[in-house]
Ligand binder design. Sequence first.
Ligand SMILES: NC(=O)c1ccc[n+]([C@@H]2O[C@H](COP(=O)([O-])OP(=O)(O)OC[C@H]3O[C@@H](n4cnc5c(N)ncnc54)[C@H](OP(=O)(O)O)[C@@H]3O)[C@@H](O)[C@H]2O)c1
Length: 288
Amino acid sequence: MTDSVPKEITLPSGYKIPTIGLGVYQNARCAQAVTAALKHGYTHVDSARAYGNEQQVGVGIKAAGVDRSTLFITSKVYMTDFDDTESAVVDSIKKLKYGLEGKREPLGSSDYYDLYLLHSPHGGPAKRLRAWRGLLEAKKKGLIKTAGVSNFGVRHLEELREAGLEQPAVNQLELHPLDQQREIVEYCKKNNIVLQAYSPLIRFNFSQDKNGVIQSVADKLQKTVPQVLIRWSLQHDFVPLPKSEHEERIKANMEVYGWEIPAEEMARLDALDIGDAGAVCWVPVHEP
Ligand SMILES: NC(=O)c1ccc[n+]([C@@H]2O[C@H](COP(=O)([O-])OP(=O)(O)OC[C@H]3O[C@@H](n4cnc5c(N)ncnc54)[C@H](OP(=O)(O)O)[C@@H]3O)[C@@H](O)[C@H]2O)c1
């Protein structure tokens, strides 16, 4: 059966991004999870400086024996490093390289991140612009292939546009049926900014789905709840980043291609949106 959802899509930067990535936030078994994910067909991992596991991502890739150049690896710079994002990128690359090769230096052309994001819009306009300029500089130097942002609202993206700067290729947001962030999603789709969906499994907390709609869709389709949530994300053209520490779950979370959530079930899931009240992480899109 041909699938309406591709396994990878082309970013505005010209590079291809696999449509599912393994999230590794608060992943106590990060290296093992990465190794398991690569074994089960993942080629995309989402890390961050703030997660403290960029090196462990490298360890996991090495243990899997997979060629790093076939993978799509992301990291993010946290606001505490916004005054010198380029140095933060270099440090992130060294950490990944140390995990991969057991050495930090010298950096060569095979040492890079596929995608690197400003983790959030915190810090105000001047700091944001400085941070974004630093990331574009890192891209110019080949340290990162694609530059993007996370948790940016419309005003933050407009700020970059008004400053005449290159637009981010990606905006990574909390996105799932309970929190659909419609205003910023519409803006990104209109401006060809790819949306990555974090916390796509609602952190496995379904207390706000009071009528058990997600479970009932899963029962009807004979799929698991995580599979339905990941497929919902894909059918909205998002790039979901499910996190798990368990191999069997990591494997099952990838079994989401080759079947569809029918339109009427998509509509039931879409109707669950309760905006910010549905967020399970943080809500930085309204930052001044
Ligand atoms: N940019 C940002 O500000 C930001 C913020 C939050 C997250 N993120 C990214 O998005 C990724 C995912 O988000 P998240 O970690 O917040 O949460 P999530 O992926 O929505 O949910 C993870 C939870 O679901 C459980 N789980 C996963 N698969 C399962 C399955 N098949 N059956 C039962 N339980 C399952 C996991 O448990 P086990 O691990 O025990 O299996 C974990 O408790 C993060 O890891 C990170 O990479 C980015």
